[in-house]
Write a protein that binds this ligand. Structure first.
Ligand SMILES: [Zn+2]
Length: 315
């Protein structure tokens, strides 16, 4: 009887690999490897394999005790064939993960989008436990989401459903990385907030965030939190603006899908409670009155491990 699965969260800055107890959903042991976008497929392959081997050695578990390996990756994927089609954040294109890992370990290997895997983790063992009708929204570099209806993940005709970040909120608006204009993530993501703050600083506006910013380093969610706590006007106004847009996006989700629960996660939500509280309050005011009576909001409960745990249950 195989009691464990290995879950891998493949991100632009780190590769997180966990040994997951299939009964409890607990991560019994984990290995973290640094990743650099520009290093590409070969680097990722090497780090994944050495990470899995370390995990097995350190946790004293045999391959025969492992049921499957699941991989969560940010980007467009071919779920059926286990291929990362295009992941700009990982600099991976046409990367056959299934072939690599099945060849090495002779175990079933599954691949999913990172937002989907994190949602599966939260649904089974996190903030979504006991609820079968929800939407998970992650706010970070972009804005990603995943819809769960009757306990099942809704993927759509091409497996790309849930692209909340690319609903258009301003027809003549800011350019988005996808090529369109006025997408929600150009207004409500952490990167959008960073750009607004940096733009204002370049124009000579003063901000307490300068106390934390080092030359050549980018703005982090915790710098944003500290600046707001100290009452910084510029950072607070940029976060307020992002919250205005995100709450509008969430109100649209509530009106369109009528879920029972919206789970919010990602670095900005976890670090900046002011942003979370303001956004959920405004989303309730902006959506239609009837769905507003039933909607509930929660933060993700599994933190960094939601993708690893979700990946372990793919298949
Ligand atoms: Zn877009």
């Amino acid at each position: 009887m195989s009691n464990y699965s290995i879950g891998i969260d493949l991100g632009g800055t780190k590769i997180l690999i966990g040994l997951v107890d299939r009964q409890s959903g607990q991560v019994l042991h984990s290995v973290k490897k640094k990743n650099k976008k520009e290093k590409g497929i070969e680097n990722i392959s090497r780090k994944m394999l050495s990470g899995i081997n370390e995990l097995l050695e350190e946790s004293d578990v045999n391959l025969s005790d492992i049921q499957s390996i699941g991989v969560a990756a940010a980007g467009q994927i071919d779920r059926e064939n286990g291929i990362i089609l295009g992941a700009p954040n990982l600099d991976c294109f046409d990367f056959n993960i299934k072939e690599l890992l099945e060849g090495e370990y002779k175990l079933p290997v599954y691949l999913a989008n990172d937002v989907e895997a994190a949602t599966l983790g939260e649904l089974k063992f996190g903030a979504g436990r006991g609820c079968d009708d929800l939407v998970c929204v992650f706010v970070g570099t972009g804005v990603g989401s995943c819809i769960v209806k009757d306990g099942r993940i809704i993927r759509g005709a091409t497996g790309t459903a849930g692209e909340l970040g690319h609903i258009i909120v301003d027809l003549n608006g800011r350019p988005c990385g996808c090529g369109a204009h006025g997408c929600l993530e150009a207004y409500a993501s952490r990167s959008a907030i960073e750009k607004r703050i940096e733009g204002a600083l370049k124009k000579g506006r003063h901000s307490l965030i300068l106390d934390y910013l080092e030359e050549g380093k980018s703005i982090t969610s915790s710098m944003i939190r500290k600046s707001i706590e100290r009452g910084d006007e510029l950072v607070t106004s940029c976060v307020d603006e992002a919250s205005e847009y995100l709450s509008g996006g969430l109100a649209s989700v509530i009106n369109l899908i009528n879920p029972k629960l919206i789970i919010l996660g990602g670095g900005l939500i976890e670090a900046v409670d002011y942003f979370y509280q303001k956004t959920i309050k405004e989303a309730k005011l902006k959506c239609l009155p009837v769905p507003a009576t039933k909607i509930e909001f929660r933060k993700t409960a599994l933190g960094d491990f939601s993708g690893v745990i979700g990946a372990a249950y793919l298949g």
